[in-house]
Design a protein around this ligand. Structure first.
Ligand SMILES: Cc1ncc(COP(=O)(O)O)c(C=O)c1O
Length: 403
């Protein structure tokens, strides 16, 4: 059997993380790992989470199996966080707890494959590196539609052109906020246009909400999703608590299916539970119990999340100022406007290699950097390194070729 095992390349992101760890330079800068870091470079356990854990430990009664769809208080809190208190769609949705946002995506992919096996999933390009593998692992066809216009912003003309080829019943995978990797989010007007486009073509929205609270605010970041929920009979939502609660390793997320009305909800729940049952049976309790506690006592959590959001927004501006100050090309100024933890640098793979080899700055080969990994003391040095590599011959050639 093992003789037939195909060679699997190591995951390129984890390979990069491993070479960062082995790099002996003391001034190296890690902009690869997709986690929030505070100004001292730590990925802290939020105080609100520590308090929740303390009270959970004090109250722990049993580790017996929980429900197939996870913690009901968590599921209820997630649906309200995503759709907003009092939203009409709360009455026609089913939410189950999943193993992180990734688990939510996979459960929904299996759900789509069951209900609509011939649907194509339309994925943004550039896009989140794991979306395509998750969808194809469930047997679904995936096609890409263009998202980013150079460094500037959303390329709506290209979106309309590419989705023009989508067929009725196809699924459009949108990032709820803080697009990974570009940081380019639709404006409210663009969300409305996207909704109209999908509706006119009979497409099903699948919205991946992995960074709620890291863009413009916890409610603001859900505005696009909430608009879709108002306008559509059917919406699929994958949500993660990894970033906005800092629960990365606790693997805490949720999958939501919004239906036209209440009638199919029991069957949707039973179907989702069948899918999880054949997979991991039920999700782990700890992260969801913490999140449920935060939903019941949100004050400190929301304040800590807001502080993290502000740090990311501020470090974007500080970096953009430093880039302007050192004479780097104007293209880099788009970093200032983009949202959330990630941006794509206007650099090609050779320049990213040079950034790593000559300056000890680690981003992914496609130019993605995690802004939240940048410490205030490294801003000037990063700006100088970016200016240096962007004036290298390959950049000038690339700029001319695209002009
Ligand atoms: C766009 C997007 N979706 C989903 C995920 C997965 O989140 P989780 O770590 O909760 O599985 C990530 C994580 O980086 C992400 O960036």
């Amino acid at each position: 059997m093992l003789a037939a095992l195909p060679i699997a390349e190591p995951d390129p992101l984890w390979a990069l993380i491993s070479s960062f760890r082995q790099d002996r330079r003391t001034d190296k800068i890690d902009l690869v790992v997709g986690v929030y870091r505070d100004a001292s470079g730590q990925t802290p356990v939020m105080q609100a989470v520590q308090d929740a854990e303390a009270s959970l430990a004090a109250a722990a009664a049993s580790k017996s199996y929980r429900a197939l769809s996870g913690n009901p208080v968590f599921n209820d809190g997630m649906s309200r966080l995503l759709l907003g208190e009092g939203a009409e769609a709360l009455n026609r949705q089913c939410t189950i707890q999943t193993v992180g946002g990734t688990g939510a995506l996979r459960i929904l992919a299996d759900f789509i494959a069951l209900v609509s096996p011939h649907a194509t999933v339309w994925n943004t390009n550039p896009g989140y590196v794991n979306h395509r593998p998750i969808m194809t692992a469930a047997g679904l066809a995936v096609r890409a539609f263009r998202w980013q216009e150079n460094e500037a912003g959303l390329d709506l003309v290209a979106v309309v052109a590419d989705l023009g080829e989508a067929r009725q019943g196809d699924v459009v995978l949108l990032h709820g906020c803080c697009h990974n990797p570009s940081g380019i989010d639709p404006t409210p007007e663009q969300w409305r246009l996207l909704a109209k486009l999908c509706k006119d073509k009979g497409l099903i929205p699948l919205i991946d909400m992995a960074y709620q609270g890291f863009g413009d605010g916890i409610g603001e970041d859900a505005a696009g999703l909430r608009h879709f929920a108002q306008k559509f009979d059917t919406v699929l939502v994958a949500a993660s608590c990894s970033k906005n609660m800092g629960l990365y390793c606790e693997r805490t997320g949720a999958a939501m299916v919004i239906a036209p009305d209440r009638d199919p909800l029991a069957n949707i729940r039973a179907t989702l539970e069948r899918i999880t049952r054949a997979n991991y049976s039920m999700p782990p309790e700890h992260g969801a119990a913490i999140a449920a506690h935060l939903f019941e006592n949100p004050g400190m959590w929301l304040a800590e999340l807001e502080a993290s959001r502000r740090r990311v927004a501020e470090i974007r501006c500080t970096l953009a100022d430093a880039l302007a100050g050192c004479g780097a090309p104007d293209k880099f100024q788009a970093l200032r406007r983009q949202k959330g933890m990630f941006s794509l640098l206007p650099l090609d793979q050779r320049q990213m290699n040079r950034l790593r080899e000559d300056f000890g700055v680690y981003g992914t080969a496609n130019g993605r950097i995690n802004i939240a990994g940048l410490l205030p003391r490294d801003v000037e040095r990063l700006a100088d390194a970016l200016r240096a590599v962007s004036s290298s011959p390959s950049f000038v050639r690339a700029a001319k070729a695209s002009a």
